[in-house]
Each structure stands twice: as C-alpha cells, then as structure tokens.
Design a protein around this ligand. Structure first.
Ligand SMILES: NC(=O)c1ccc[n+]([C@@H]2O[C@H](COP(=O)([O-])OP(=O)(O)OC[C@H]3O[C@@H](n4cnc5c(N)ncnc54)[C@H](O)[C@@H]3O)[C@@H](O)[C@H]2O)c1
Length: 338
C-alpha cells in the first residue's frame, strides 16, 4: 500500500497525503521544495499523527528518479502533482515548463512501465477546455488550443499518458481535471502557501483582507454573466484531495473500465468573482478593498464542471460550499500571518 506522491508538500498534494494516510496508505513524498517548505511535513504529522516518508529530490534529474524506483520497488501507485503552475511565468519561460511538467512525467511513466502493474493519477486542469462552448462542461467537451505553455503541458501530459496506456496494459491511469481548488485544511495545520504575488483569486482575496495587499483588482465587470464578472467553479481542496483517494482506489481495486480515464473534479456550481468577494466578507466580517479594472487578456468568461461522471462512475461528490472553503482559507491566512 505504498504510494508515491510527487509534489506532496504543495497545496493540493499535502491535503491528499493527509487523506491517504487517514485511509491507511503508506505515503512517500518526493518534492524539491521549489514551491513549498519542509515544514509542511509537521502540519501533516499534526493532523494524522504520522510523518510521511520524504525525499527531497528534483524530478528533472532522471538518474535520481530511476534510482528512487529501484530503491522503492514496493510503490504500487503514484499521484503526480509536481509541476510548475504559474500561467504567466510559463509564457516567459516555456522551456522551464516543458522540462518540469513534461520531462518529469516521462521519467516517472518510464519507471512505471517497467512494473507488471502500476496505478497513476495525474493532475490535469479545466484549462484544457479553454472557453468551452457549453456549460456545464462535460469530459467529452473538445480540448481547445492551449492559451499558454502551462495549459499546453496539461494537454500534452494527458496525451502522453493516453498513448502510453494504449501500449502498456499493466499501467492504469486517471487524469483528474481540477476546476478551481481553494481553501485549507479545517485543522488550520496546512493550506496554500503562494510564493510572491498569488496567481489565484482566493489567496489574493485573503491576503488583501489581512492587509498584505492594498487592493484586489477585479478584471472586468462587463462579461455576459449575471453580475458581469467571470465565473469559476471553486472546489474545496479537501474535497479535491478525497477525489484522488477514490480515483486511486478505483485503479487498485481494478474497477476502472479502461486503463486510461478522465474525470472532471469540481462542484458543478459556478460562482462569480463578486460572489467570491461577498463570501469572504461574510465569513471574515471585513469589507474587502477591491476595484473594477479592465478585462485581462486570456481570461475566459465562465467555466464550471458537469460532475455527473465523477459522481456516478467514481462515486465522489464535492461536499463543501464556497463559503465553507472560504472560511477555512481565512482561518489559514490569519494563522500564517500571526
Ligand atoms: N492550484 C490550482 O489552481 C491547480 C489547478 C489545476 C491543476 N493544478 C495542478 O495540480 C498540481 C498541484 O498544484 P498545487 O496547486 O498543489 O501546486 P504547488 O506548487 O503548491 O505544488 C506543487 C509541488 O511540486 C513541487 N515540485 C515542482 N517541481 C518539482 C520537481 N521538478 N521535482 C520535485 N518537486 C517539484 C513544488 O515544490 C510543490 O511543492 C500541479 O500539477 C498543478 O499544475 C493546480
């Protein structure tokens, strides 16, 4: 029951490690701490009572990846979170993104192909749909031309896994297309730790709320949506973490219908930027300083998931609301600034 979690010190990875350990899996984390901190191990231990095994290793170093799998032949499954994820940075440094998000994926898959049987879960994203033609978005909505090298790495990543599974019957894989992960663990022990200016809305909101940033810019209020601001599907990180455990169990128990499957992971409910702000104001009791500015190039109007497939086939459903998730994001923000 030993599972490798790459990027397991990161935001989504750390919450998934907690859920895996609580389900009795033995977890080994690989992380190079390029976007996280070893302290996260203490947070995980505080919640679960167990410190996961950890190897500080850069997955771009192929020899070290090969050596890792030689030393840990009992790894039965891999959840691969490790990647670079800043869309803007990916435009500036495309090769960094192709090397880190594609190179590392190939190295890991090569090792898994050497095994008789292996299970693999991949962090994909709703970014693969671009501006989908129909809402809510089902898994068979067309994959649109990627808007950034980051988005392209998710599309290519899915194709690489699909192609590899076609010729490797022992390899079983699931790509989870996350919508907009947010929040922090209810214990307040782990959460999102964005380095520099947050790329995502929720940490920007909470950092503005605590006074770390002066003002939140809302990019456009003239979109064709009820209040004019963009709509996203905010998924609570603990719900998302649980989806990984369910997906992994599906593969380990041989319940998958094909050896490569794709699932949306969202709530199925779209919320606007202004609704997210209102939710913050409600849970914090504070007014948020924000202003409406021009639209930002590349932003899509709306994206929210049809979660029927995840609900019915995977047997998973998001349980928490935007407000619950915002409450935990705010508790976390206050704790880390304390
Ligand atoms: N957070 C989101 O909004 C979102 C949405 C869709 C998909 N995803 C994907 O989910 C995954 C996890 O995202 P996250 O938000 O937890 O990001 P994160 O940056 O918090 O976690 C990624 C972790 O991977 C590590 N890492 C990066 N490159 C590495 C390497 N070469 N070797 C070893 N470790 C490495 C980082 O140090 C970090 O701890 C990523 O693949 C991301 O693209 C995230």
């Amino acid at each position: 029951m030993k599972v490798l979690v790459t990027g397991g010190l990161g935001f989504i990875g750390s919450h998934t490690v907690v859920e895996l350990q609580q389900k009795g899996f033995e977890v080994i984390i690989i992380d190079d701490c390029s976007n996280s901190d070893e302290e996260v191990l203490n947070g995980i231990e505080a919640i679960t009572g167990k410190k996961p095994l950890f190897e500080k290793l850069d997955l771009r170093e192929k020899d070290k990846v090969v050596d890792f799998f030689k030393r840990h032949q009992d790894v039965i499954g891999v959840i691969h979170f490790a990647a670079s994820k800043a869309v803007g940075e990916s435009v500036e440094k495309p090769l960094l993104y192709y090397e880190n998000n594609i190179g590392t994926l190939v190295y890991i898959l090569k090792e898994l192909c050497k095994k008789n049987k292996a299970s693999f879960i991949f962090s994909s994203s709703c970014t693969v749909y671009g501006q989908a033609d129909k809402m809510p978005i089902t898994e068979d909505a067309p994959v649109k031309v990627a808007e950034s090298p980051y988005g392209n790495t998710k599309q290519m990543g899915e194709e690489i896994i699909a192609d590899t599974c076609k010729v490797t019957p022992g390899l079983n894989a699931i790509a989870l297309r996350y919508f907009n992960p947010m929040g922090a663990h209810p214990s307040g022990e782990i959460g999102e730790l964005p380095k520099g200016v947050p790329q995502n809305l929720v940490p920007f909101i909470t950092q503005t709320g605590i006074g770390l940033r002066n003002e939140l810019s809302v990019f456009g209020d003239d979109y064709p949506t009820p209040d004019g601001t963009c709509i996203r599907d905010y998924i609570y990180v603990v719900d998302l973490a649980k989806a990984h455990v369910v997906a992994l169990e599906r593969l380990l128990e041989g319940k998958n219908e094909k050896n490569y499957e794709v699932f949306n992971v969202g709530t199925g409910k779209g919320s606007s930027v202004l609704e997210a702000i209102q939710s913050f104001e409600k849970v914090s009791g504070r007014k948020l300083n924000y202003k409406i500015v021009d639209r930002r190039p590349g932003d899509i109007t709306e994206a929210y998931a049809d979660t029927t497939k995840a609900n019915e086939v995977l047997g998973w459903k998001a349980e928490y609301s935007l407000e619950d998730a915002m409450k935990y994001a705010w508790i976390w923000e206050q704790k880390i600034r304390d």
